[in-house]
Design a protein around this ligand. Structure first.
Ligand code: FMN
Length: 363
């Protein structure tokens, strides 16, 4: 029986258990090594150097799965080319009351209002210190809900983790920390990027590249995108991650009327695909062509991954797809992209990037 068939059978039982509990079970399974791992396949035509980092393939695990940096290496063994841990805030934080993760099974979607539940900088630091560096590790940093200075919290993140990160993600797009998304607007964004990028300069030694990516929401109109692009163009930011979850329920179509859809929080998974890809393409048009974008939102197949690349992403991430399709998904997607490149007579994944940006931006 193939891996995906086994997972389809297991899913029936797993979906009887509350989502947050299954999440903890899956982290425990990865820690213990009980999940089957195949020898890591190299895909020569999927290798790229982006912002000075050699990515073995373009697919990473998105932030939020491994919030405390417990299992980055086990995630890399599933085939992911890079693992992003976090969001990590300076002080430990319990997050919102449970239940706070909801499955929309028919939609292959999730709504979460976790609220940056995590064990804080110190706990993650201890784990990462004990780890033997191996593979690309992104560290996603955020601010405590009750912080009186959000920007100072991001600066602390850079200072604390600079020696352990391959890259940083500045996450200002969680809908579950009140006021956080306000950092996406012009003046606030300018102050944030100035502070974060100067602390990055202070933290690195000569010649080392330590890229910083900015992760935004998909719920931004054209004027908002213009403003972000204007600020980004005048800063040494390395790239963008598009996108986080959405607060928009119209993406569910007629099923927006279902009671589950009314749960507050950010929606991820299949119904986010179109909206996040359109925003990605619109941002692609506004950014310098060489600036990398990591495309996230609703990737659950090779077809969706290829579409994201064609819309303008250099790299990809996923989370919700893993819940609905299982741990074999990264390999399935990578094999599919690699074969597609060969069938198209191309040499490297970078040749797919942005082929259909204009089509996506005008949808
Ligand atoms: C349960 C859950 C928790 C998440 N937590 C975070 C987080 O802590 N930080 C972050 O930047 N994104 C977080 N995300 C957003 C994902 O990284 C991703 O941007 C989003 O889910 C869209 O991708 P997907 O459709 O493949 O899941 C979370 C998503 C889910 C489903």
């Amino acid at each position: 029986m193939s891996g995906s068939l086994i997972y389809r059978a297991a899913k029936r039982a797993l979906f009887q258990i509350p989502p947050e509990k299954v999440h903890h079970m899956s982290i425990a399974a990865l820690k213990s090594g009980v999940l089957p791992t195949c020898p890591n396949r190299q895909f020569e035509n999927l290798q790229q150097t982006i912002s000075g980092i050699n990515f073995p393939n373009p697919l990473g695990i998105a932030a939020g799965y491994d919030k405390n940096g417990e299992v980055p290496d086990a995630l890399l063994r599933l085939g992911f080319g890079f693992a992003e841990v976090g969001t990590i805030t300076p002080r430990p934080q319990a997050g919102n009351p449970r239940p706070r993760i909801f499955r929309l099974v028919e939609d292959e979607a999730i709504i979460n209002r976790l609220g940056f539940n995590n064990l804080g900088h110190e706990a993650a630091l201890q784990r990462l210190r004990a780890r033997r560096p191996n593979g690309i590790l992104g560290i996603n940093i955020g601010a405590n809900k009750d912080s009186d200075d959000f920007i100072a919290d991001y600066v602390k993140g850079i200072e604390v983790f600079a020696s352990f990160a391959s890259y940083f993600t500045v996450n200002i797009s969680s809908p579950n920390t009140p006021g956080l998304r306000d950092l996406q607007s012009g003046e606030a964004l300018e102050r944030l990027l100035n502070a974060v990028l100067s602390s990055r300069e202070m933290a690195i030694s000569e010649g080392r590249s330590l890229p910083v990516f900015l992760k935004i929401a998909p719920d931004i109109d054209d004027t908002g995108l213009d403003e972000i692009a204007r600020v980004v163009a005048t800063s040494p930011l390395d790239g963008m991650i598009i996108s986080n979850t959405t607060t928009d329920r119209a993406v569910l179509g007629s099923r927006a009327a279902n009671p589950q859809a009314n749960e507050q929080g950010g929606l991820s998974g299949k119904p986010l695909f179109e909206k996040s890809t359109i925003v990605l393409a619109k941002m692609r048009q506004r950014l310098p062509p060489a600036m990398p974008i990591i495309g996230v939102g609703g990737i659950d197949s090779a077809k969706a991954a290829i579409a994201k690349l064609e819309a303008g992403a250099h790299l990809l991430q996923l989370y919700t797809g893993l819940i609905y399709k299982g741990p074999g998904l990264p390999r399935e997607i990578l094999t599919g992209i690699s074969e597609h490149i060969r069938r198209e007579g191309l040499d490297n994944v970078s040749e797919l990037v942005g082929r259909k940006t204009d089509i996506w931006a005008n949808r």
